[in-house]
Design a protein around this ligand. Structure first.
Ligand code: MG
Length: 243
């Protein structure tokens, strides 16, 4: 793990973003199976439905005001001018289902091509990006734990088609001094393909610098309004089960 090779004594303020990006080994491309029903599973009976296609009543902006992304035809589309949105509810261990679509006419490259993200407990980003045919650092492509763990496979569907994440998350716990007793762990299934297998999350998912340890309790699901110029992506059918 390349992050472990960086001096533990290094200070984040001496770092640059490219120090935590790696490009090899490359992630194998796997063609996901065909979805016979045209979408992922709808919510099971014990799930909390976070977005059912109608409104964002379960969501807010990061200042606690209304979530103002665009809801139309059963999907919600990022409004980058409105910033990130997060669930009003907070969660510990959970199973999250979320579907996302890169616009068919997406433009841009690298990290500036359909970038968004699903932040677990508001802290740890599972990357959302168009990785269908788009090179970037492997620990920053779709299905990565951003700047930490590259996905085991690239199971990306084409722009214009729906991608599905099923995310199983185990929250961390902390010692009295604020360091991890047990780090968070996550399994991510992308279009039916395991891309993170009980991955230990090292700390916060930083653009610049090493993961940080920030003591926290239950947290929201946060969706990223990434500040690049490419067309905004959409989400649908979002539900969560407390574990
Ligand atoms: Mg992102």
């Amino acid at each position: 793990m390349i992050l472990m090779c960086i001096s533990a004594g290094a200070q984040n303020n001496k770092m640059t973003h490219d120090m935590t990006e790696f490009y090899t080994p490359e992630v194998p491309v796997v063609t996901p199976g065909t979805d016979l029903k045209g979408g992922g599973f709808t919510a099971p009976s014990d799930a909390i439905v976070l977005f059912d296609g109608k409104d964002l009543s379960k969501w807010e902006n990061t200042k606690g005001g209304p979530a103002e992304w665009t809801v139309k035809d059963g999907v919600v589309t990022v409004d980058k001018s409105k910033g990130d949105i997060r669930t009003k509810d907070t969660f510990n261990d959970f199973q999250l289902h979320i579907e996302w679509r890169i616009p068919k006419d997406i433009e841009g490259s690298d990290q500036a091509r359909g970038n968004s993200g699903v932040y677990l407990q508001g802290m740890y980003e599972v990357q959302v990006l168009d990785s269908y045919n788009n090179k970037t650092y492997v620990n920053g492509q779709a299905g990565s734990i951003y700047k930490q763990s590259a996905p085991l496979a690239n199971a990306m569907r084409k722009p214009g088609e729906w991608n599905v994440y099923d995310i199983i998350y185990k929250a961390p716990d902390f010692k009295a001094d604020g360091t991890y007793r047990n780090r968070p762990r996550v399994t991510v299934i992308h279009n039916g393909v395991v891309v993170q297998n009980n991955t230990e999350i090292l700390g916060t998912t930083e653009f610049i610098g090493l993961p940080r340890t920030v003591k926290h309790g239950a947290g929201p699901i946060l969706l990223q309004a990434h500040g690049d110029g490419s067309k905004p992506i959409s989400f649908r059918n979002i539900w969560i089960r407390n574990l």
